[in-house]
Design a binder for this molecule. Structure first.
Ligand code: UGA
Length: 441
């Protein structure tokens, strides 16, 4: 099947590559020439486990191609996936300019029937806007060409994107057309073999499903973070509470880990955008706004704990950071709690020595060269002579630590753990002051 994907970010690149991997003939279009040139030469712009080899293999075998030539892309696929960015506007609502620009491009160059698929996370009603944009261009061309719009939101997680795409919990397709249903069945058939994963629904229901899923997950996290605040003040170990409630299958163990706040490109943006959508239709979505507010407050807790641990004396202090990305297995720094911490530390006159297994280049790209930030190549170097260690991301390689060794490296025996990685007893026994997230300390 011939497929075109606009946008080679996380969603577009993973979608295009996974569809090529099962034998479809895919062209990915991007306006960024350097990115396209890089992809043709095997340079993958993001870190995502397994993606590089899959891109290289499919590119080499000719099923996956990259171009900046939009006309070529439009003429290629009967399916035209739109997977470009929807960054937040100044007011928090999703900015649709890139999505609509692609829609117009498709309208401009199409010469036969197309299915235009919204893969990006877009607010309810976007499919109608895409439809109008394409129809208007066709009208200007005096063209009576047929096309359909369909909503097919993506549910992949960074760091597990290939797994999520190839073994999806569901494939949501919003459409009112029988023909689209058949074409989408053909497209996803290879990933829909043993269990029926395709769910057909109304276009607007599909659009809202995406936001509902992310908002629900973000709500679980903010709920647990709020509870951790309560637990800290009541001297309760939140881990015991987590296990106590997770065992109820109606609650479940997933996504109830308290921490230093959710980050990434999706939850913060989508919760805000959904609250904005609610405002626009005259409903004050208080719960969604609280989910966001609780999260912003939670991101400030790391700094508050460092400040407390060092008696408010941060000027000239050297703080070691383990983990910079918003979660493990990615180099993504968008809305990462580590950024809130670093910026507060710098404001207070402290300096940061940081290590992350993947996000060092990204951190350097964001903050550039500055005297109060040193990026080092191992977790061992980071702690040398530091006044405290802060853990911002739960990378697997931080889980086992020889605390005696660590005590010899740090100037003060202080660990601030935003991810509850260690058993408080072990850390305390080694003579550390351990500030974790509501571990009853
Ligand atoms: C999220 C959703 O999980 C995906 O289903 C969705 O497709 C994606 O957004 C998207 O809209 O594109 P992602 O942002 O990659 O995926 O990351 P998650 O694994 O969901 O983690 C998000 C944040 O929540 C991280 O900062 C993580 O540390 C935090 N988190 C997660 C917690 O603090 N506690 C938990 O129990 C779970």
């Amino acid at each position: 099947m011939k497929i075109t994907v606009f946008g080679t970010g996380y969603v577009g690149l993973v979608t295009g590559t996974c569809l090529a991997d099962v034998g479809h003939d895919v062209i990915c279009v991007d306006v960024d020439e350097a990115k396209v040139e890089g992809l043709k030469n095997g340079v993958i712009p993001i870190y995502e486990p397994g993606l590089e080899s899959m891109v290289l293999r499919n590119y080499k075998e000719g099923r996956l191609n990259f171009t900046t030539d939009a006309e070529l892309g439009v003429n290629h696929g009967v399916l035209q996936f739109i997977a470009v960015g929807t960054p937040p506007d100044e007011d928090g609502s999703a900015d649709l300019q890139y999505v609509l620009a692609v829609a117009k491009t498709i309208g401009k160059y199409m010469n036969d029937y197309k299915v235009i698929i919204d893969k990006s996370t877009v607010p309810v009603g976007t499919a109608d806007k895409v439809k109008s944009a394409v129809a208007e261009i066709l009208k200007n061309r005096n063209s009576a060409l047929n096309f359909d719009i369909c909503s097919n939101p993506e549910f992949l997680k960074e760091g597990a994107a290939l797994e999520d795409f190839t073994k999806p919990s569901r494939i949501v397709v919003g459409t009112d057309s029988q023909q689209v249903e058949e074409l989408m069945r053909e497209c996803y058939g290879p990933y829909n073999r043993n269990h029926e994963k395709l769910m057909f629904m109304d276009v607007r229901a599909a659009e809202l499903t995406k936001y509902a899923a992310n908002a629900m997950l973000a709500t679980k996290i903010s709920f647990m973070n709020e509870l951790s605040q309560l637990a800290e003040r009541l001297n309760v170990d939140i881990e015991q509470v987590r296990q106590g409630i997770g065992s109820d299958p109606r609650i479940g163990y997933q996504f109830i880990y308290p921490g230093c706040g959710y980050g990434g490109s999706c939850f913060p943006k989508d919760v805000q955008a959904l609250a904005m959508t609610a405002d626009q239709v005259g409903y004050d979505a208080q719960l969604l706004k609280a989910v966001e507010a609780v999260n912003l407050r939670q991101k400030e807790t790391l700094f508050a704990k460092v400040n407390k641990a060092l008696d408010g004396n941060l000027k000239g202090k050297k703080i070691a950071l383990w983990g910079l990305s918003f979660k493990p297995n990615t180099d993504d720094m968008r809305a990462a709690p580590s950024r809130v911490l670093m910026e507060s530390l710098w404001d207070a006159g402290a300096s940061v020595v940081a290590y992350d297994p993947e996000a060092m280049n990204e951190t350097h790209r964001i903050y550039g060269k500055r005297d109060d930030l040193t990026l080092v190549g191992t977790r061992e170097i980071a702690v040398e002579g530091a006044d405290a260690l802060v853990i911002c991301t739960e990378w697997k390689s931080f889980r086992a630590v020889d605390f005696e060794w660590l005590k010899g490296k740090l100037t003060n025996p202080v660990i601030i753990d935003g991810r509850n990685l260690y058993n408080p007893e072990d850390v305390n026994k080694a003579g550390f002051k351990y500030y974790a997230v509501a571990r009853g300390d």
